[in-house]
Design a protein around this ligand. Structure first.
Ligand SMILES: [Zn+2]
Ligand SMILES: [Zn+2]
Ligand SMILES: [Zn+2]
Ligand SMILES: [Zn+2]
Length: 651
């Protein structure tokens, strides 16, 4: 495939479109955006003049490609559809797609006449050109898969990887590149209405309204961000986004949020893949979408409005109108059901990739999405931002022959009910792992409730579910005969959840955290995950917050900081004994534990004396463990960043 040829012709057409819509011969990048540009794709306005231009463009193509020099007769919508048609390439294989024009050209090295000479915005992007060359999926896959594990299927687990030979901890099991990457598709309400948005070319943060892709008018970090013309980053969907009518400066801010829906972009990207690579598109569309199961859920209804209707209304309806008018087809597969299927595919299979700038994006990985879940997994994956978001899957502990390779798709520090609910709604999967099956969650009591006893006389026992695998199971005390219904438990949990979210969601004071912890300790086991969430924040406030610096803390507070740290580490030791999942979380605890111990030791040498001597061995061990988990953490990109903590220190 003549990759460079396609790239140049495509770019030439974009140039043609560009220089023809805004005025004669002015510098494209310095020109103010014209509304005509945004509306250029309007399918319904094509007239005779446009038809002539279309013929001229076709002649030009017949005469050996598009002209680079001011084809000022190419205006309006036709060049757009032409440019999209130009990149319809058949027979592009998976790996050739990943090696395709954008990546080859973006570093400006492989093609001397490439027009991409702008410096790249970040080292991550700088590396994008090289990443596929390092090692190919096929080679890795072949050599490892037959030696250590194989893909198989059974009734209970469906598709899974069965280990065929004992595997040592820290073995790289496979690496692979994404099928597609794009802005996070499951944005929360806050993210949906943020004016700081990811550049459509390279995902760095930019301000809504500052710079745009000059062609589609979607926000960019700068007008010449190289990612904008990279087929794997923005190049493909740009052609479709140009059919929209973006809001203009001075319009109601709401119209900006309504128009720039980043959460729909990844769906559009997946759809647009069929233009450049039908094979790759087939690969995506054949992933599990759970279409029928989703159909009557709120997720379907939500995607119907937020994504499907939105994409048709703004971009796909005008494109299809033009396709009909011209008798040409750019998107062979483009209907509401397909968009819903892609939404379902992303919902179940997309993996969240944390970038070094703190932003998260999403990617689809062909093998990554086949990994089996377990709440006590034996393996983990990382993403290498410097190698095009390449995924590396590694064993987290020694694995025996006959085990399945497993990873975790939910938060390790959530209680069983919450984890299973999350897996069921997002992955259509009911986990029955050893942790889920044990009412005490391996003795951690992470979900246990304090028993209120008879006549509100607490018995000192804890309420645990009779059957943790049933959502409707009643709970019973482990010490007295008192039982509570699942409705009562759900009600209590939702009330407590709201209170915790409230305190975590704003910049609450240490006092507010202390008060809520004190209140919740009446209802929950001290290890309950809601309490642990609050305590993890509080141990970081103690020692860092104004008025709560380490030397300002009372002995009692310092001791309670130490106590909370020890409590957390004892839970982590059970839930992540090989330290490959909760690394950042544990790293924070160990550092705080060490700081508390050193301070207590200092005080015991003076004579404000806490009753006990705090020798430095434990502190040293904390530091040692901290360094160990920190090393692990550096390779683990799936980081459970304590957002509250980050927010506080950004102030
Ligand atoms: Zn950019
Ligand atoms: Zn664009
Ligand atoms: Zn489980
Ligand atoms: Zn009881």
């Amino acid at each position: 495939m003549d990759v460079t040829g396609y790239k140049l012709r495509f770019s030439a057409q974009l140039d043609a479109l560009f220089s023809s819509t805004g005025g004669n011969g002015t510098d494209a990048l310095s020109r103010l955006p014209s509304p005509e540009l945004a509306g250029a794709a309007d399918a319904c306005v094509a007239d005779d003049e446009v038809d002539d231009e279309y013929d001229a463009a076709r002649d030009a193509e017949a005469n050996g490609g598009f002209r680079h020099t001011s084809p000022s007769n190419l205006t309006g919508s036709l060049p757009l559809i032409q440019s999209l048609l130009q990149i319809s390439v058949s027979d592009v294989t998976y790996s050739s797609f990943l090696l395709s024009p954008g990546f080859a050209n973006i570093a400006g090295s492989s093609s001397p006449d490439s027009e991409t000479t702008a410096s790249l915005p970040c080292p991550e992007l700088e590396e994008l050109s090289k990443w596929m060359h390092a090692d190919s999926l096929c080679e890795d896959f072949d050599c490892i898969v037959f030696k250590l594990f194989r893909l198989t299927r059974n009734k209970e687990f469906g598709r899974h990887f069965l280990v065929t030979k004992a595997i040592q901890k820290d073995t790289v099991l496979f690496t692979e590149n994404p099928l597609v990457i794009g802005p996070k598709w499951n944005l929360d309400e806050y993210e949906q209405r943020s004016t700081i948005v990811p550049c459509v070319g390279c995902f760095t943060d930019c301000n809504l309204g500052q710079f745009y892709c000059e062609l589609c008018r979607w926000p960019a970090c700068k007008p010449d961000c190289p990612g904008l013309i990279n087929t794997n980053l923005h190049g493909l969907e740009c052609g479709i986004l140009r059919f929209g009518h973006p809001p203009k400066p001075g319009d109601d801010p709401e119209t900006f949020f309504d128009y720039y829906r980043y959460d729909a972009l990844l769906v559009l990207k997946c759809l647009a893949v069929q233009i450049s690579s039908p094979n790759l598109f087939d690969q995506i569309i054949n992933l599990d979408s759970h279409y029928e199961a989703r159909k009557h859920t709120r997720y379907y209804a939500d995607a119907d409005e937020r994504i499907v209707s939105y994409l048709f209304r703004h971009f796909l309806d005008p494109l299809q109108a033009l396709e009909r008018k011209e008798g040409k087809v750019v998107l062979k597969v483009c209907d509401r059901k397909t968009l819903h299927m892609i939404s379902g595919i992303l919902e179940v299979n997309a993996m969240v990739i944390p970038l070094t700038n703190g932003r998260e994006i999403c990617g689809l990985y062909p093998m990554g999405c086949m990994l089996e879940h377990n709440c006590m997994p034996n393996s983990f994956y990382t993403f290498d931002c410097s190698k095009g978001m390449k995924l590396t899957f590694k064993s987290g502990r020694d694995i025996q022959k006959g085990e399945h390779l497993t990873t975790t798709y939910t938060h390790s520090l959530w209680g069983t009910q919450l984890r299973r609910e999350h897996l069921k709604t997002n992955k259509y999967f009911a986990c029955k792992c050893v942790r889920c099956t044990d009412p005490t969650e391996l003795g951690t009591f992470l979900s246990a409730l304090r028993c209120m006893g008879i006549d509100n006389e607490p018995c000192g026992g804890y309420q645990l579910p009779n059957d943790p695998l049933s959502e409707t199971s009643d709970w019973k005390c482990n010490r007295c005969p008192v039982q509570v219904t699942h409705d009562q438990v759900n009600f209590l949990m939702s009330k407590i959840g709201e209170e915790v979210d409230d305190v975590m969601g704003r910049k609450s004071s240490a006092k507010e955290f202390e008060d809520l912890i004190h209140k919740l300790e009446n209802f929950l086991h001290p290890n309950h995950f809601h309490l642990q969430t609050l305590k993890h924040s509080l141990i970081q406030m103690y020692g860092h917050f104004p008025g709560h610096r380490l030397n300002e803390l009372s002995d009692a507070v310092l001791l309670s900081k130490l106590q909370m740290c020890r409590e957390m580490m004892s839970i982590i030791d059970v839930l992540d004994p090989d330290s490959f999942r909760l690394t950042l979380y544990a790293g924070v605890v160990l550092l705080e534990q060490q700081a508390a111990l050193v301070e207590l030791n200092k005080r015991s040498n003076r004579s404000s004396v806490p009753p006990q001597k705090y020798d430095l061995d434990e502190a040293l061990k904390c530091l040692f463990d901290h360094n160990r988990v920190k090393q692990a953490e550096q390779c683990i990109a799936v980081r459970s960043i304590d957002r509250h903590f980050c927010d506080i220190f950004r102030v």
